[in-house]
Design a binder for this molecule. Structure first.
Ligand code: NAP
Length: 274
């Protein structure tokens, strides 16, 4: 990649950002598409978020990704929201349209594309989400549209109640869950908490609640202990790599208006794991 006087810049705003796999994936995509664009990361503290968003305007960046902990806090700082981002209450993509910053959420569609690729159907299924943060909001918005029912369990139970209320406006099939034992009846369980990122983390649920019948997913990009335990018990499992790929492909399309080179993006992502 060569930086020129015309290079357009897309930035990731998060805190921390050093672990991000998006630069490898997006820069490979810009290169493949022959675009004079580049993707960089900025560690932005919560106190600096407003100034960072103003910086997108001031520096005329082409757009941004938004990650932990800013997906909700960024909303009032934008000029416009896509209806999906409004319903989810979380933004992971910003597009700079001639100085107007428009917020989108591609997490939910990215998650659904990754399930479709694996042949995992959510229609009519009992789905349980562990977590009620930024990622849970994005995928919850899509699951509320398709699932037979959607349960939300969260450490901070009041947040699960608030998210269930929000998602019930999309389709009234959502309820907060206060007992992890309810997972026994689930068809699909998705961990949307960071539990599992570190090898010493406790499991987000007791594997004794898994009967081998459930599909168990984790939004973390690697096979976590939860997935290994679930797989050992006979459950079908998936990790967050597919969602990462597809949310990125959809973001690329929003920024550039071009079809994303998904094959190259996938190869770039997997090469970061070697
Ligand atoms: P977030 O907004 O900070 O939300 C974190 C959620 O996890 C909250 O519901 C929080 O509960 C819960 N949580 C945090 N620590 C916990 C603990 N020790 N025990 C129990 N619950 C805990 O983060 P996020 O953006 O939603 O990200 C969540 C996970 O999804 C991360 O691992 C992230 O890497 C992954 N992710 C993956 C993708 C992808 O493309 N694959 C995209 C986005 C995120 P409280 O409300 O009680 O604090």
């Amino acid at each position: 990649m060569r930086i020129t006087g015309n290079t357009k810049v897309v930035a990731l705003l998060g805190y921390p950002v050093t672990h991000s796999l998006s630069p490898a994936m997006q820069n490979a995509a810009f290169d493949e598409a022959g675009l004079d664009w580049c993707y960089v990361t900025f560690a932005v503290t919560p106190e600096a978020l407003r100034r960072a968003v103003d910086g997108i305007r001031a520096l005329n960046l082409a757009g941004a990704n938004v990650t932990v902990p800013h997906k909700e806090a960024v909303i009032p700082l934008l000029d416009e929201l896509d209806p999906g981002a409004t319903a989810a209450g979380a933004v992971n993509v910003i597009v700079n349209r001639d100085g107007r910053l428009v917020g989108y959420n591609t997490d939910g569609d990215g998650f659904m594309r990754s399930l479709a690729e694996l042949g995992i159907e959510t229609a009519g299924k009992r789905v349980m989400l562990l977590g009620a943060g930024g990622a849970a909001r994005g995928i919850g918005y899509k699951l509320a549209q398709t699932a037979g029912s959607l349960g939300i369990f969260n450490r901070n139970a009041a947040k699960a109640v608030r998210l269930a209320e929000r998602l019930n406006a999309v389709r009234p099939v959502v309820e907060p869950v206060t007992e992890l034992s309810d997972m026994k009846a689930a068809d699909i369980i998705v961990n949307a908490t960071p539990l599992g990122l570190s090898a010493d983390d406790p499991l987000p649920l007791d594997p004794a609640l898994l009967g081998g019948r459930q599909v168990v997913g984790d939004l973390i990009y690697k096979d976590t202990r939860l997935l290994r335990e679930a797989s050992r018990l006979g459950c079908r499992t998936f990790n967050g790599m597919g969602m990462l790929l597809w949310q990125g492909a959809l973001a690329f399309e929003l920024w550039t208006g071009q079809i994303a080179p998904v094959k190259v993006m996938r190869t770039a992502l997997f090469s970061t794991l070697r």
